[in-house]
Design a protein around this ligand. Structure first.
Ligand code: DAH
Length: 384
């Protein structure tokens, strides 16, 4: 035998089983030594159990009714002891049984405590860990501009009116003094919907002007409203056209409203929207050119001095030094008649502008399609 080889580690269970299989030691000293060893092995076996399964196996091996260490001791020590030694054998058995039971119970306790501690550690939430940031996107540039435009008019005392995007031909055209077969209908072609026999003709509104009619039908004058929203046209998409875009409509009705009020309000808008200076500073030039719209008389278009070349002439203003921003005019009496306002008493002005167009001018964007691209590299460049 190679004496330098380390002894294999003692297996306390195997040792106990061997001892329990042997007969009662022949004298008191032998019995005491065996009892002490068995107690130590019971403790060692219980202590070695790393988890519930191992502990259950140790319990079975020690306490099992059939073949357990205690069951064997009972048989080999107690049952087999001659009468004069029964008492010693019984005491020795009890000592081992108690040691085994309490060692196993202590081990069970300790395991339960350890698994609770592990669960606590596993479920621990580190509340000091910074949260993962959800990127908070800015407003879409068209919406951001629309809000700025709206705010300018809210400060002037206007309120916001709304109308449906699916409109009747009556509100979109007739009530606005655009009868069937009027050439203005051809320039504002759109999607028509078949609403069934006898139903009013439905279409996707081509402008926000029908909200003028709806607002006037809902309230008596005086009235100051703006109406922002989506409009639709049969236009092929290109750098300046889109089949869907946004407009901001405006309408002011009162006694004694004149063209001067229109010019004052819209010039103020241009200063606030495009001006660089502080309050009251006029550094944006405006001009009003005669134009034609069926729902206003007279009608005009407002230009602002080119924001890119400051009037010197460039590609953006086609060398004219001016950029058109909106259509406007004095409300045509036919509209007042359509809504039951007295055209002899009330006058008013109206205007309408493309929101994308204003956004392109304010931000220097050269292609309207960029607004609809969904490209965050573009969309996240704008303040909101
Ligand atoms: N509705 C017109 C368009 O879409 C814009 C417009 C022009 C609106 C003059 C107005 C106005 O209220 O007075 O082209």
């Amino acid at each position: 035998m190679d004496r330098s080889a380390p002894l294999p580690p003692l297996d306390p269970l195997a040792a106990a089983q061997t001892r329990a299989a042997a007969p009662l030691p022949s004298d008191a000293a032998g019995l005491q030594a065996a009892t002490q060893e068995l107690c130590a092995w019971a403790e060692a076996a219980a202590h070695a159990a790393e988890d519930e399964t191992a502990l259950r196996a140790a319990r079975d091996a020690w306490l099992g009714r059939k073949g357990g260490v205690l069951a064997r001791l009972k048989q080999n020590w107690l049952a087999a002891a001659p009468p004069p030694r029964k008492r010693d054998a019984g005491q020795a058995y009890n000592t081992v049984a108690q040691a085994a039971e309490s060692a196993l119970a202590a081990a069970a306790n300790e395991l339960a405590g350890r698994s609770a501690a592990r669960r606590l550690a596993d479920e621990r939430v580190d509340i000091s860990l910074p949260a993962r940031r959800a990127p908070f996107g800015p407003a879409h540039p068209v919406l951001a501009i629309l809000r700025r435009m709206t705010d300018i008019f809210l400060r002037l005392g206007y309120s916001v009116a709304e109308g449906p995007e699916i409109e009747t031909a009556y509100y979109n055209f007739e009530a606005l003094n655009i009868p069937a077969h009027h050439p203005a209908r051809a320039s504002q072609d759109t999607l028509y919907m078949d609403a069934g026999p006898g139903a009013p003709e439905l279409l996707l509104r081509t402008h926000t002007s029908p909200v003028q009619i709806r607002a006037m039908r809902q309230a008596a004058p005086p009235l100051r409203v703006i109406a922002p929203g989506k409009v639709y046209r049969n236009d092929a998409p290109d750098a300046t056209h889109s089949p869907m875009f946004h407009q901001l409509e405006g309408l002011a009705v009162d006694e004694h409203i004149t063209l001067r009020d229109l010019k004052g309000a819209l010039d103020h808008f241009a200063q606030e929207m495009f001006g660089a200076g502080g309050a009251g500073e006029r550094n944006v030039r405006t001009r009003f050119r005669p134009s034609y719209f069926p729902f206003t008389e007279p009608s005009a278009e407002m230009d602002v001095g080119c924001l890119f070349c400051r009037g010197a002439g460039c590609r953006a203003c086609k060398q004219s030094g001016w950029i058109e921003v909106l259509g406007c005019g004095m409300v045509h009496p036919a509209l007042f008649r359509a809504v039951g306002y007295d055209p002899e008493r009330w006058t008013g002005f109206a205007f309408g502008m493309g929101v994308e167009r204003i956004a392109m001018l304010a931000y220097g964007v050269d292609d309207i399609q960029r607004f609809y691209s969904g490209d965050l590299r573009f969309l996240s460049q704008f303040p909101d």
